[in-house]
Design a protein around this ligand. Sequence first.
Ligand code: SF4
Length: 774
Amino acid sequence: MTSFANLVRAESGPMTADMVLHPADFGLGRVPARLLPSATAKTVCGYCSTGCGLNVHLNSAGEAMNLTADPAYPVNLGMACPKGWESLTPLAASDRATTPLYRTVRDGALEPVSWPDALRHFTDRFKAIQEKHGPESIGFLSTGQIVVEEMALLGALFKFGMGGVHCDSNTRQCMATAHVAYKQSFGFDAPPYTYRDFEESDALIFVGANPCIAHPILWQRVMMNRRSPEIVVIDPRSTETAQAATLHVALQPKSDLTLLYGIARELIARGAVKTDFIAANTTGFGQFATFVREFDLARVRTEAGVPEATLRRLVDIIASRKRVSFWWTMGVNQSHQATRTAQAIINLALMTGNIGRPGTGANSITGQCNAMGSRLFGNATSLLGGYDFATPSHRRHVAGVLGIESAKIPAQPGYAYDEILAAVDRGEIRGLWIIATNTAHSWVEQNKTREILRKLDFLVVQEMYATTETAQLADLVLPAAGWGEKDGVLINSERRLGLIRKVARAPGQALSDFAIFKLIADAWGCGSMFERWSSPEAAFQILKEVSRGQPCDFSGIRNYAHLESSGGIQWPFTEHDGQNEGRGSSPSGPGLKTGFDPKHQDHTATQGRPEFGPYPPTNEHANERRLFEDGRFFTADGRARFIFDPPRPLPEVCDREYPLQLMTGRGSSAQWHTGSRTNKSAVLRKLAPTVLTLEINPSDAEWLKIRHGERVRVRSRRGTADAVAVVTQTVQRGHVFLPMHFEEVNRLTIAAFDPHSRQPAYKACAVAVERLSR
Ligand code: SF4
């Protein structure tokens, strides 16, 4: 007879059998029998810029069946966030684009077509537009999610082969500010740090950054810090990171520039600046010191809402700690005065000598997995390899390496993302090719953006999924392989080149982006220009040569196998470094000393921390290196620049009709951007709200008669979004917050841009909130 206990605790049956663990090879410990792998493959995660190493478990057919975080990879040391653990799930989604789709009749349905027909439509229609409206009448918008070899081939194909000029990437939405700020201040787009700096700081100052959920593995590196660091978060919201900080500076939205100038003024007033470093290695400090005099405590209190005592405590921390590191992400980059704000952070690091030493730096944390690759090899703002389109010697050099005529390289960089859409709006650009990005969800002022996209004569979308908001507007959909279905290199936030591997077959007729670009080159009639780009690894060899002699020189990396066996390699890694690898000398770049100097190593910082396992460091910790140890920068005179401008008013201030400031940002560590991949995972959907939620302060909720959990309508001058109210102290009175992963949110945001980086100001606009009827 079945006992009651047996009803609730079965000791046999399929679910019980599944829980029995069996020893697995490859150092994987024990796994269920159905998940026993026949082999493993090393790869790097394809979501965020952290660049975590993953071991993919393969079945006997060599196909991915599971994955685990690589315990030896120097980035993540065996950890991964929910997105990484669930990386394989979106590959099997039912809405994958499996065949090219073409819309024969405007407003008709997308119908399957063959690849030859798709390529014919692509070339015929883009060429017809160019013939009628000129070569500059076509453009592309790309992504920081494809590999370096693909983005370089795309940029070269479009500009040198197809004769186009205007192209950009969704890295404009996340990292354009850091790119411009570093280039102007340091002479090259060069994030100076290594992740080990999280562990070696005495004080970490996070500005507009929420690593607890946006970069969770980097937050784990902070948690490995054994120096009892001060952790300061400068953010209007009481974010997850702010709640874990030792000091939260809750300022007003977009007042960070005023606050940072106020900090600089106080540091100067106290004499807490490194005059020797400033004199030897920088330019412009005198003018900067004069400029910040007017940013006194009272002004910071009035304009930024930061009490004098809080500012004094923050200045105490910076002045008293030996190793201070400054970290920023989208709270800074996505602003109407973003570049100068990033440079105000750089100025603080320079004036206090907090750069080029362990645990220091003015450190931009990148967003997407290959945003750094896009910044160097997207061929949009900068010519391949970080060169300038406008400099004839740069054009000649790149043309020489590629084996093309330098006349094929345009002398101007072309329009930024917003300028491309504006050109579509006024009929100047008639054909657009969108690759692996979801413009019809992620761009600001969404109602207007969709109107603009509908004006195009021809819209091509190259995507993993035919269901994204942008693919739904396309005239032609090209089905693309995703991460895990192709090989190539990603460059992470700390300048580490990491290898991703093909561990699954793309569904149906989907092809890697690299293969699609090669087919288009042949169909267009410029295939011979890219004959040497015969595979991603062959392209990597070409890009090594492009990088030679640049600050990002990685000519010392022999091949993919070298990258894989090294646990990734940070740039610079010159041919000289490659030859001396394993001989005990520190790697160094052209004109700079970049080697990690063991004498700076504080061994208390690494107690209990796993070392590199199977990845052999070329010398002690040479696999984790920072820039500027010798105080020389990439400017012509080797000196960093103090760059500053007065703060500018918000593009949209609150008024009686729109009385609340809307902030947008990441919702959870289980969500990625527009959700085209993460929404495919049942696990990830369980870890984050599936409905749009609005964070609102209790005082405002009471004033608007809104109760927790009620449905509300958020209204801006540009559109509306319905959400569920979450009444919480995490936002200040007068502010509300929406997570960016929901399509409705960018109906509200404003098309305002930083004048230097052209990055959109997602983080502040004026809205009204009203309760929907009970
Ligand atoms: S999403 Fe980022 S933090 Fe998460 S596993 Fe991937 S690389 Fe690591």
